[in-house]
Design a protein around this ligand. Sequence first.
Ligand code: NAD
Length: 391
Amino acid sequence: MKFNRKLNMGMVGGGPGAFIGDVHRKASRLDGGIELVAGAFDINPRKSKQMGRELGLNPRRVYRNYEEMIERELKLPVGERIDFVSITTPNNWHFPIAKDFLNAGFHVMCEKPMTINVKEAKALQTLVKKSRKVFGLMHNYTGYPMVKLARDLARGGELGKIRKIVVQYPQGWLATALERTGQMQAAWRTDPKQSGGAGCMGDIGTHAENLSEYITGLKITHICADLTIFVKGRRLDDDGNCLLRFNNGARGVLHASQVSIGEENNLAIWVYGEEKGLEWHQERPNYLYVKVPDGPLQVWRRGNDYVAARSPAAGRATRLPSGHPEAFFEAFANNYCNFADTIRAKITRTKPDPLALDFPNVNDGVRGMCFIETVLAGTKSKQKWTAFKKA
Ligand code: NAD
C-alpha cells in the first residue's frame, strides 16, 4: 500500500500567546508531509476558536476542549480525521490527554516532561505498548545534525571509553518573581500542580539528562543532587546541581538553572573519553568540536559530506548546504520527520527506515520522570548518592 496523502495533525495547546505550540506548527509543516487540520488550542474555549480563526482552519474542526475533539474527529472517515495529535499544554495535562488520544486510536507527539510523576509515566508506557500506536516525545535537542554526529562518534568508539560527561542548561529568565506579574509561561512553570514536583530540573534539567544519555548511550545510575529555590516565595526549584555516575563507571556533572542572570538557552555538553573529547553548544549548533590530546582542535561543520559520511543520521537531518545555519525549527522538524515516517510505515504495514526510528519516545519519557524523582529524593536525602529510580 502506497501512502499518497499528507498526515493529518491535531493539536492540543498552543493558543494565543503560547510558546511551543507555534513552534510545533511551523516545524511540522517544514517538509510538506504534515498538515494541521484540527485543534483544541487553549484552556479557554473562546481563545481556542480565536486561534483556529487566526490559523485559517475549518471552524468545525476547532474544538472547545480535547474531549470534544476526540469525539468529533472519530466521527470523520479515516484519511480525513486526524492521524495524530501534538500535545503542547503545560505538564499536568500531558498524561490525561495522551491517554485519551491513545485509547481512541490516535498516534501522539507529546511535549516534555512527559508526565508529572513516574506513576503516570509508567502507565503511559504500558498503554503505548498495548495500543501499538507511535508515541514521540519532543526532546528537540536530539534532532540537531551535530548532536546525531556526536552520538555516532561517541557510541561508535571514536572517543575511547567514556570517562566524564559535563552537561549544563543555564537560563536567567526566572531570576526575579516573573510569575507574580502574570506572565503565562512563568506562572504555570512555578506551580507544582501544573509543573509537577520539580521546577527548573523538570523543565530544562530533563533536556540535559536526555542529551547526555542520547549522545553517549550510557545510563545514569546514581545522582548526588542539590536543588535550590532562590527567589523568595517560589515553590519549585529554580536552580540545581547534580553529580552523576553512569553505568560504565563514567562520572558526570549536570547543572540547570533559571536564575543564572544573563544566560539565554546555554545548553551545552562536553564528553571526554580515554582518547578524545567532544563539545556541543545549543546556541551555536552547527559546529561540533572534537578534541585530541596531541593535535589542534577539530571543528566539524554541519552540511559537509564528511559529516554525512560519518553519520547518516546527521546527513538525513540536514536540509541546507554548509554555511547556511540550521537550528531550533529544523531540529523539531527532524523529530517530526522521523515520527511521521514511522506512522506512515505503521499505516502501510511496511518496515520503517531504521533511521526514522531515531526520535525520543515513551521510554525516554519514563527515564526523564525517574530522573526528576531521583533528583527530588536526592535533594532531601542525607546520603551522598541516590540510586536512579527504577521505573
Ligand atoms: P504556554 O503557557 O506558552 O502555552 C500553553 C498553552 O496550552 C496555552 O495556550 C494554554 O491555554 C493551553 N492549554 C492549557 N491547558 C489546556 C488544555 N487542557 N487543553 C487545551 N489547551 C490547554 O506553555 P509552553 O511554554 O508552550 O509550554 C507547553 C509545554 O511545552 C510544556 O510541557 C513545556 O514543558 C513544553 N516546552 C518544551 C520546549 C522544548 O524545547 N521542547 C520548550 C518550551 C516548552
